[in-house]
Design a protein around this ligand. Structure first.
Ligand code: OXD
Ligand code: MN
Length: 589
């Protein structure tokens, strides 16, 4: 007989739903999480005892633990991710769709009795600062201690969430079980019309930390469309000038384009007195304020970042952030109980334990850390955390940047002529696949606003929502497109990237504040000669010329590729976007 549920809340909607989920999954016991330190200690000890977490060397990494996931469960699974709207068309051509009745029945079968012999944890959480009118409450029930401990870092979790919810029925209902971890029985289903998420068969972050991609982006984007706000796959940062004026920027880059690095950037020597402050590194929720500007909050409370490639050169602030109280997933373990991954500072250790727990020797053909190994770290550890990161009002956004990974065609920086032209730039964003992913290098995968895997409804309607927002935003942010990844004929990057991106960011905020001129081109406004501060930059001037040049042949091909991308949206593609494509075509001709 399972023990009766002890409810720390009088909210009948929540009590009823938890009772239903327990009846379905049949756990041995149900535990409501309160978010306390005592609870963290208890669950961590339990996770260590069960081998779910391995304590790291407390001198080197105080409060840090290593988790190894099942080797078949190491990344988001887009092919097993579904948008379950009553109408198939509402999910659009870029999402997998399942009818809600079919999804509830199919996953219901898998969830039935799935928590037998296990504990069901009920995790109430807030996405966004507690009490902010922009924040949302979710409740995730899960049978994974790893999920609970990660949600503790990534969200404001426990008592505060129950207090914020009060008697309301307005919360996201998230059901998760690791099931048997079989990829054949793994599904991540979103029911935007019910504000519900069901995830089974995975223990990996993006599939199971339901506040992040599932609620903050897929369900969030749907709520945003319905309620008149925007949920975007964007970092948020503030750039402070030596005079103390801070300008806030939101930026969308596809996964693995260095968003976390950009969000925590340290300006180079040349920019003495300038500071970059992080508000968020992955997701922005944006609403129009009473002043007609767009205001953004970061709904998250921590960073779920990719470890490999992170080091004191690429991101010193991230290295400091993960020095304590961090959970590492699928990294390698050193002999003295520290973590290691490809691209870490210093020499490669002679011997390690690899991400699967196997002995590893220097020179081995296999990677010691999984390429998608992660750290989960509290945002408060970040030495450059913005003092407004917890502000319920958020920050006013002056510029929006769309970036991608393109070895040709797209210049270093361009400013859109208008909001709708900016939406066109975002909608046609693309990134090149790597050899590892497709076997063919340089194939452009269109990833509009970096939202292709994350828009919870029809992408054509999503573009329309972006265009409609203009009516409400009386002081719209300026929109820019950037590309740090253009290559020369020798196949080498033309632009040094990392901290040097501050030079481009400086032009962006100067433009946003109306402090600098620009030069009009076919594509948009670009920096006038001399306006991009290149002093002290140790690369040939010819590189910058190539990184900023506009190649007409490349652009003709680009526009053809955009045409076939747009075609799939049929009559849900807003005409405005096709008109922008045609206008550019006629300018080119
Ligand atoms: C992420 C992603 O994990 O975009 O943030 O894949
Ligand atoms: Mn992301």
């Amino acid at each position: 007989m399972p023990t009766p549920i002890e409810f720390p809340t009088r909210n009948d909607h929540l009590r009823m739903w938890v009772t239903e989920m327990a009846a379905l999954t049949q756990p041995d016991r149900v535990v409501f999480c309160d978010g306390s330190e005592e609870e963290k200690k208890r669950l961590t000890e339990e996770a260590v005892a069960q081998g779910i977490l391995i304590p790291l060397n407390p001198q080197k990494r105080p409060g840090c633990y290593l988790h190894r996931s099942n080797p078949n469960d190491v990344a988001r699974v887009e092919h097993l991710t579904f948008i379950c709207t009553a109408n198939k068309e509402d999910a659009g051509p870029t999402n997998n769709w399942m009818a809600p009745s079919e999804a509830y029945a199919k996953l219901g079968g898998l969830f039935s009795g799935a928590m037998k012999g296990r504990t069901m944890y009920v995790v109430p959480y807030v996405m966004g600062p507690v009490g902010s009118p922009m924040s949302k409450v979710g409740v995730e029930v899960t049978d994974s201690i790893y999920v609970v401990l990660n949600m503790r870092i990534m969200t404001r979790m426990g008592r505060a969430a129950l207090d914020m919810l009060g008697d309301s029925n307005d919360f996201n209902r998230g059901l998760h079980s690791t099931g048997d971890l079989s990829p054949d029985r793994r599904f991540i289903c979103h029911f935007p019309e019910d504000n519900t998420i069901w995830s089974i068969g995975s223990g990996y972050g993006g599939n199971v930390l339901l506040g992040k991609k599932c609620l903050a982006l897929r369900i969030g984007s749907y709520l945003g469309k319905t309620e008149g706000w925007m949920a975007e796959h964007m970092l948020i940062l503030g750039v402070e000038s030596p005079e103390g004026q801070t300008t806030y920027v939101a930026a969308a880059f596809p996964s693995a384009c260095g968003k976390t690095n950009f969000a925590m950037m340290i300006p180079p020597e040349r920019f003495k007195g300038w500071k970059v402050w992080t508000v968020g590194d992955d997701i922005a929720w944006m609403r129009v304020g009473p002043d007609g500007r767009l205001w953004a909050i970061n709904p998250e409370n921590g960073y779920f970042g990719v470890a490999p490639g992170t080091n004191f050169a690429s991101n010193p602030n991230a290295m400091k952030t993960i020095s304590r109280d961090t959970l590492f997933t699928n990294v390698a373990l050193t002999r003295d109980g520290d973590v290691w991954w490809e691209g870490m500072d210093g020499t490669v250790p002679d011997e390690l334990t690899d991400w699967q727990g196997r002995p590893w020797k220097k020179g081995s053909a296999e990677k010691a850390a999984h390429p998608n190994a992660r750290f989960t770290a509290p945002m408060n550890n970040n030495p450059v955390l913005s003092k407004l990161a917890n502000d319920p009002d958020g920050v006013p956004i002056s510029a929006i940047i769309f970036g991608g990974r393109r070895s040709d065609t797209v210049p270093l920086v361009v400013q859109a002529f208008s909001w709708s032209h900016g939406v066109f730039l975002g909608a046609t964003m693309g990134s090149e696949t790597t050899a590892a992913a497709t076997g063919k290098v340089g194939v452009v995968r269109r990833d509009p606003m970096a939202m292709l895997p994350f828009a919870g409804y029809h992408m054509g309607d999503y573009f329309t929502h972006w265009l409609k927002m203009q009516r409400a935003i009386t002081i719209p942010p300026k929109i820019f497109q950037v590309n740090w990844f253009r290559k020369g004929t020798d196949g080498k990057f033309l632009w040094p990237g990392f901290g040097e991106n501050m030079r481009v960011l400086k032009w962006v905020i100067d433009r946003a504040n109306g402090r600098v001129g620009g030069q009009e081109t076919l594509l948009g406004w670009v920096p006038k000669a001399g306006d991009l501060d290149l002093s002290g930059l140790d690369i040939p001037a010819a590189n910058v010329d190539q990184a900023t040049e506009l190649n007409l042949d490349e652009w003709k091909r680009e526009l053809e590729s955009q045409e076939s991308f747009f075609a799939q949206f049929g009559d849900r593609l807003p005409r405005t976007l096709e008109i922008h494509r045609q206008l550019l075509l006629s300018r080119l001709n």
